[in-house]
Design a binder for this molecule. Structure first.
Ligand code: PHE
Length: 463
């Protein structure tokens, strides 16, 4: 094992987050995004309501906690982004692979993330035009995504907005703005959730969301909840390693992690309370509408605004806030990608950004067209090309990346070193949970998930 002195040297010159809140806010900015507002509610709806919520919460408090701690500690200890962090322990094939898979995942996510960011832009534009009733129509969303050009245009607008922010170096400004926007988003979400819950018939939805129905439990519940946990907390994709490397040594990692979990999950639950009851109130809770998948938010939220009064104002503010949450996440994805490319190739930041831009177009445009002229392509039987990228990154690559991190800690770094890093600034009350998860639970579960989701995709088993 070769403790790299270089990395220790680098970490002293590396820029670091200011103040204790810096790390929490940066991670929260990356964590809170479309995953909470768009992805979480549709998965809850699709995978049985309360039972999904329960599994999600258990996973988040155990695995989620352990993995956030592990990645942040790895970053702070080495002062490096994932590739460098892994390689600071040697040059074996495993270490090369482990670092790289963590770095590649955000490159798979950012294209399709931007496609959905584009949908948010489109809805914002429609509300600004005052088309409140139009967007609430039953087929509005499916008509929009099946257009040939429009979705790609909005996708490119979102990508350019993200790139512009990153290139102009104004992400600090965006982060500062989002500190104001986040509380506004929460207040608005509370208002919308209360409105949604009090519609006739909505109580059924609240029950569906909060009360677990064990008969709806299946292996797929765990697979989907685990994927969502990775996605929502930005785990298993190198981002937290990078952020950990910017973290000062005196920041209480355990406390910060708890704050991030509470914040991220709170917003997800709030989004569930806006959307799920509304599905029951406005669409009669038919299983068809519960299974709407990625389109759920875009179908349900406009129906709420259309009946609510001041729909146009609500629509503009809501989609503007969602756009901000999405941008802070896509900025963190883009930043990671650009620095991975420039570290790997030695190219300048500008050139690396251009490479990433092209990569995003190459993967993102087929995602857009997957709902129109390419809708005959159903990779591995998935509903669309976008679903395919979502599945590959969340249910296949992230478990592999998380497994690598567990292995790195158990076999190469050793628990004592990692916990010593954490204990520099934390009491580490949940150390036992941490050790148990990283050594036994996580590897076992991750293996099961990986094998079963692949078997499911190839039609060998049905979950
Ligand atoms: N966690 C973000 C969300 O919930 C998505 C994201 C994933 C951001 C990976 C950065 C990295 O929307």
């Amino acid at each position: 094992m070769n403790e790299n002195n270089n990395s220790a040297k680098k970490s002293t010159v590396r820029s670091s987050f200011s103040g204790k809140l810096g790390y929490v806010l940066a991670v929260a900015g990356s964590a809170v995004g479309l995953g909470n507002i768009w992805r979480f509610p549709y998965l809850v709806a699709k995978y049985g309501g309360g039972i999904f919520l329960l599994v999600y919460l258990v996973l988040m408090l155990t695995f989620g906690f352990a993995l956030i701690m592990a990645e942040s500690a790895l970053g702070r200890m080495t002062g490096e982004s994932p590739i460098g962090a892994y390689e600071s322990f040697g040059q074996s094939l495993f270490l090369k692979f482990g670092g790289r898979i963590n770095a590649i995942i955000p490159m798979i996510i950012v294209p399709y993330y931007s496609v959905i960011g584009g949908w948010v832009f489109k809805y914002l534009a429609e509300y600004i035009r005052g088309n409140v009733a139009g967007v609430a129509g039953d087929d509005y969303f499916s008509n929009f995504i099946s257009e040939t050009y429009a979705p790609s245009v909005f996708f490119i607008i979102f990508v350019i907005a993200t790139l512009f922010i990153v290139m102009a170096g104004v992400e600090k400004g965006v982060e500062r703005a989002s500190k104001i926007m986040m509380p506004v988003l929460i207040i608005l979400a509370v208002i919308v959730a209360i409105y949604s819950i009090t519609r006739p018939g909505a109580m059924e939805g609240v029950k569906y969301f909060l009360i677990p129905d064990f008969s709806k439990f299946s292996l797929m519940t765990i697979v989907a909840a685990m994927g969502q946990m990775f996605y929502s907390l930005s785990i298993a994709m190198g981002i937290l390693v990078t952020y950990g490397s910017y973290m000062k040594k005196d920041v209480d990692m355990e406390k910060s992690t708890s704050q991030i979990e509470i914040f991220d999950t709170g917003i997800a639950i709030l989004s569930g309370l806006m959307i799920i009851p509304a599905v029951f109130a406005f669409s009669g809770g038919s299983t068809e509408s519960l299974k709407a998948g990625p389109s759920l938010m875009f179908i349900t939220i406009p129906k709420i605004f259309n009946t609510m009064g001041f729909g146009r104002i609500f629509g503009i503010v809501f989609f503007l806030l969602v756009l901000f949450a999405a941008l802070t996440s896509s900025i963190s994805l883009m930043e990671t990608n650009v620095s991975t490319i420039s570290d790997a190739t030695g190219l300048s930041r500008k050139k690396s950004t251009l490479i990433i831009f092209i990569e995003i177009l190459v993967f993102g445009i087929p995602c857009c067209l997957g709902f129109s002229i390419l809708d005959f392509i159903k990779p591995l039987g998935m509903d669309s090309i976008l679903d395919f990228f979502d599945f590959i990154s969340n249910s296949v690559m992230m478990p592999v990346a998380a497994l690598c991190t567990c292995f790195l800690i158990v076999k190469i770094i050793g628990f004592d070193k990692i916990t010593a890093e954490i204990k520099r600034s934390s009491k580490f009350k949940r150390e036992k949970i941490f050790r148990f998860c990283i050594r036994y639970l996580a590897p076992l579960f991750l293996m099961i998930i990986l094998v079963s989701s692949i078997a499911n995709a190839f039609g060998l088993i049905s979950m």
